[in-house]
Write a protein that binds this ligand. Structure first.
Ligand code: SF4
Ligand code: SF4
Length: 372
């Protein structure tokens, strides 16, 4: 497992991408975030994950965590997003800015963000593999790796060309484990072949597995009536071998409490529970689904202010459960005061940003036809 002391990192990591918001305006609720941070640390957990491109997250982390707790009591991961910068100098500058925003002089983990076949070329062109190596030598980074969104062959190529990467961050969840478009299991197996510690992102698939189709929810309830559906999703990935930690992007104190209730003293899935997960995987394979993780990378630059992930979430509810009335309500709530699916002008900005490589323009056309 490289030189990262994987066993010392709790199996739950605090993902800081979807922090709670104040009711007035789109502002992070730092007071609630601080309460969540305190509960997380009290549970003996230590891994905090933010990124340069998570608007306001690094600053909120400084206020809720860095200013309030001794630096040696936790670890921070942040990320450099090359493709959002026009040149190498500005891309390198991201580290400086992240350190300033966070109010710290080092990062425990630093990731080249959203690596895929295309971005890989940008990271090479900007010389960023050398950059992270140099920053590690200077002590501003303790460990470096990358987060990944592509096919297993691409991961194999990157890890064969960069054996120095100390860890990888992968999108793994039970619904996509055998999904032929996502190939989650094969991606996991490539990382294991190279013996890289794995940080898991999106174990609950952007929140979708917190409310799975009724047949899956009923199956889980029949075995553990008290357990949330999200707990099944997180415990599945945390039960896999080689997992360094599982990130949960928590948005409220209640989500934190629920996660801690089963991750504080984590127990891997037993045989009966694993069987249920395999049944749920099979059920998901028969359901068409838009694999959007609600990361919102696509929405900032949309000239029509279309709430793309919320529209896809409504569509997934319709596809999964045939819940036409409920999905229409979700759609109408999402587009109130904003652009609707039919307003898309096909500029393609969103598709360039989507780490899941979704054909957003075509999917929005489909949603427009479904929801009118
Ligand atoms: S293609 Fe459509 S949804 Fe995407 S950014 Fe342009 S207008 Fe918005
Ligand atoms: S469509 Fe793509 S970029 Fe937009 S929220 Fe979904 S996964 Fe993220």
């Amino acid at each position: 497992m490289g030189n990262i002391a994987v066993e010392n990192i709790g199996k739950l990591g605090f993902g800081l991408m979807r922090l709670p918001r104040l009711p007035q305006g789109d502002v992070i609720d730092v007071a609630q975030t601080a309460e969540m941070v305190d509960l997380f640390l009290e549970a003996g957990l230590t891994y905090f994950d933010t990124a340069f491109v998570y608007g306001g997250s690094e600053e909120a982390t400084r206020e809720a965590l860095v200013k309030r707790h001794p630096r040696e009591n936790y670890t921070i991961a942040s990320k450099l997003h090359a493709s959002s910068q026009p040149n190498a100098d500005l891309a390198r500058k991201e580290l400086e800015i992240s350190l300033e925003r966070l109010g710290t002089d080092y990062l425990d983990f630093y990731l080249l963000h959203a690596m895929d076949k295309n971005n890989y070329e940008t990271y090479k062109k900007y010389g960023l593999w050398d950059f992270v190596k140099q920053e590690k030598a200077k002590g501003r980074i303790r460990h470096y790796g990358f987060s990944f969104h592509d096919q297993p062959e691409v991961l194999d190529r990157i890890l064969s060309e960069h054996p120095d990467a100390e860890f990888v961050q992968l999108q793994i969840n039970y619904a996509d484990w055998e999904n032929p478009n996502v190939r989650s299991r094969e991606i996991y197996e490539v990382a294991r072949k190279y013996e890289k510690p794995i940080v898991v992102m999106e174990p609950v698939k952007g929140g979708a597995l917190a409310t799975p189709p009724a047949e899956i929810a009923d199956l889980f309830k029949s075995i553990r009536p008290e357990a949330s559906c999200a707990s099944w999703a997180i415990r599945f990935v945390a039960s896999l071998d080689g997992i360094m930690t599982v990130l949960s992007g928590m948005s409220s104190l209640d989500q934190m409490k629920d996660n801690l209730s089963y991750m504080k003293d984590f127990k891997p899935l037993d045989q009966k529970e694993m069987q249920a997960i395999h049944q749920a995987m099979a059920a998901y394979n028969n359901i068409r689904n838009i694999p959007c993780t609600a990361c919102h990378y696509c929405t900032d630059g949309c000239p029509m202010n279309i709430p793309i992930p919320e529209i896809f979430s409504a569509m997934n509810t319709r596809l999964a459960d045939g819940a036409i009335a409920r999905s229409k309500q979700m759609y109408e709530a999402a587009v109130a005061g904003r652009g609707c699916a039919g307003d898309c002008v096909g500029c393609g900005q969103c598709q360039q940003m989507c780490p899941q490589h979704l054909e957003i323009i075509n999917l929005l056309k489909e949603c427009s036809e479904a929801f009118g």
